[in-house]
Design a protein around this ligand. Structure first.
Ligand SMILES: [Zn+2]
Ligand SMILES: [Zn+2]
Length: 428
């Protein structure tokens, strides 16, 4: 009985928030799907690296300029585009975000529109591939802009379309990404009240949505640790100070396993490179390690920084060495505002169907979207892009040459965006 009552309550809550969209919506969706797939294939075939999305940005801006009722701002944050659509009815100011950059990855998937693009990256010749699915994000947001601009009269509030460059990180010594968009005022005119973003997932089945309230994706910090010792003959370590032995390689893992409360949130510290020495019988003067820290709690992020500095320095000192630690924050924790999630979850359920929306675990990957989420209440969720019936462990992971998306999953992203803006827009 209690169960029946609860399900009734859920149904009532859903129907009171999620609404039917204007009559022509279904035909607009049907009409836009082949275009959406064609746009995605175009971006997939001609991918561009972070802060180099020159043709991608222009393609988006040129298309948006053909739509009715849209004010297009271009370029924003070097190659990005912002478009503003004022609805015919009063309501909230909502931003929808898509990222537009690709990665230095060689495409191994045999599809007719596979990328053959090569370019230079950090002084090396590399292949370029949309190996994170940002091509689909861009195409989904273009399709959303087309539908919403057509339904402008019925649309409540104002929609800001954010086409963001450099999600994967701007090249060294360059500004870019969400932070540069924010700096250039992308959320200010008019002032954005809520931001929504989608990330496609190659390991989540098509037709499904996964979300998490509160902390969803990790903060990402990159660190460099340099240990300064004293060189000596390899046969006489006591005559020098061995910087390799004085490095805190194991000590860093003790911070994770012995010092932090992992019942509150997960923590990852990974050392990705170690460089020291030139020959087996020489104790070198210095050793350098670089790595990444992932946290899902912003307080923990601050505490871990302090513990790393303390651990590295005291371990080095105990051997007579010194150590320098530099920590560079790349992204914040992607935090989904719990009140916004609660309010808008019925819209996702309406778009995808109750059985297709489920809660996600924490994700230790990071997202530049976190900077938007730090500025306004936000909701970032995952959309399925894996062919049905595939074993997720066998699906090509993001950032790899085998990354693959099932295009039939994209239209749900458009439906989710449209449903969110109509429902949330009206709540003001
Ligand atoms: Zn990525
Ligand atoms: Zn991505």
């Amino acid at each position: 009985m209690r169960k029946i009552f609860l399900s009734l309550l859920v149904l009532v809550t859903i129907s009171s928030v999620a609404q039917d969209l204007p009559k022509n919506y279904a035909s607009l969706l049907k009409e836009v799907e082949p275009e959406l797939i064609a746009w995605r294939r175009h971006f997939h075939e001609f991918p561009e690296l972070s802060n180099r999305e020159v043709n991608t940005g222009k393609y988006i801006a040129d298309f948006l300029k053909t739509l009715p009722n849209l004010e297009v701002r271009y370029p924003v944050a070097k190659t990005g585009v912002v478009a503003v659509l004022k609805g015919g009815k009063p309501g909230a100011v909502i931003a929808l975000r898509a990222d537009i950059d690709a990665l230095p990855v060689y495409e191994r998937v045999a599809i007719p529109f596979a990328s053959k693009v090569t370019t230079e990256f950090n002084g090396q010749k590399v292949s370029v591939m949309h190996a994170c699915g940002h091509d689909s994000h861009t195409a989904m947001l273009m399709a959303t802009a087309k539908i919403l601009s057509t339904m402008q009269k019925e649309l409540p509030g104002t929609i800001m379309f954010l086409f963001q460059p450099a999600e994967e990180g701007a090249p060294e010594n360059e500004e870019g990404g969400a932070q540069l968009m924010i700096k250039e005022g992308a959320l200010d005119d008019p002032k954005v009240e809520a931001v929504f973003g989608i990330h496609i997932s190659s390991q989540t089945p098509v037709g499904t949505i996964k979300y998490k309230s509160g902390a969803f994706m990790a903060s990402s910090d990159w660190f460099t640790i340099k240990v300064n010792g004293k060189g000596s003959h390899g046969s006489q370590p006591w005559a020098g100070v061995d910087p390799i032995a004085a490095s805190a390689l194991e000590g860093l893992q003790h911070i994770v396993s012995r010092q932090m409360d992992l019942t509150k949130a997960p923590l990852v510290i990974t050392v990705g490179t170690i460089n020291s020495g030139v020959r087996s019988n020489i104790i070198p003067e210095t050793a350098e390690m670089t790595g990444t820290i992932r946290t899902l709690d912003s307080k923990m992020q601050v505490e871990v920084h302090e513990r790393i500095k303390h651990t590295v320095k005291t371990i080095a000192e105990s051997s007579g060495a010194t150590a320098d630690v530099v920590i560079d924050t790349k992204t914040l924790v992607t935090y989904n505002d719990p009140a916004l999630v609660k309010k808008t979850l019925p819209s996702l359920i309406k778009a995808a169907g109750d059985e297709n929306v489920s809660e996600s675990t924490w994700i230790t990957g990071a997202e530049d979207f976190s900077f938007f989420a730090a500025k306004a209440p936000s909701f970032f969720f995952n959309l399925g892009g894996m062919p049905k019936g595939t074993d997720p462990r066998k699906a090509g992971p993001h950032h790899t040459p085998d990354f693959y998306l099932d295009e039939s999953g994209f239209i749900l992203g458009v439906k989710a965006f449209c449903q969110l803006v109509f429902d949330y827009g009206k709540t003001k």
